[in-house]
Design a protein around this ligand. Structure first.
Ligand code: FES
Length: 155
């Protein structure tokens, strides 16, 4: 775990790498998430100051894009597609099942730190919906039974 001085230093390095880039905010947030696994709260004022934005603007962009995490993820990340094509073939049922089975809501991590549940909006697997991505691996035709199996394999 990094202390806040180390965090600040790493954030400053990332900002330097993106110096002069147009529309740098998103690439910076992605780079920070890649580095830390999430975007630490203390990074927001540093980014805002560097890009001459308000902290609220940086926070607004972060919450608009569902990709960014405010807290570290669990050992495994289960993302379920919430977009239209998957919804039309039962994604809502699968999502309800996931929340119930894991006992958490979107963006939360199970108490044992093992699984984080996140929504995602189209994985390009629409023909095989409902779609999911488990630790970066695409999975199609996810129904309740398949999801129970997936979750069992992550525990
Ligand atoms: S809508 Fe779910 S993969 Fe495209």
């Amino acid at each position: 775990m990094l202390d806040s001085v180390q965090t600040t230093e790493r954030v400053a390095e990332i900002l330097n790498r993106h110096r002069g880039m147009e529309g740098a905010l998103l690439p910076i947030l992605h780079a920070i998430q890649e580095e830390f696994g999430h975007v630490p709260q203390e990074a927001l004022p540093i980014i805002a100051q560097d890009l001459n934005l308000s902290r609220a603007e940086v926070h607004g962009v972060m919450s608009f894009y569902h990709d960014f995490r405010e807290k570290p993820a669990g050992a495994h990340v289960l993302k379920l597609c919430r977009a239209e094509s998957c919804q039309s073939v039962g994604a809502d049922r699968v999502a309800d099942h996931a929340r119930k089975e894991l006992g958490i809501e979107w963006h939360e991590t199970t108490k044992d730190g093992k699984i984080t549940l996140e929504p995602v909006f189209c994985l390009g697997l629409c023909a095989c919906g409902p779609a999911a991505i488990v630790d970066g691996k695409l999975v199609g035709r996810v129904d309740e039974a398949k999801l129970t199996k997936i979750i069992g394999g992550l525990k």
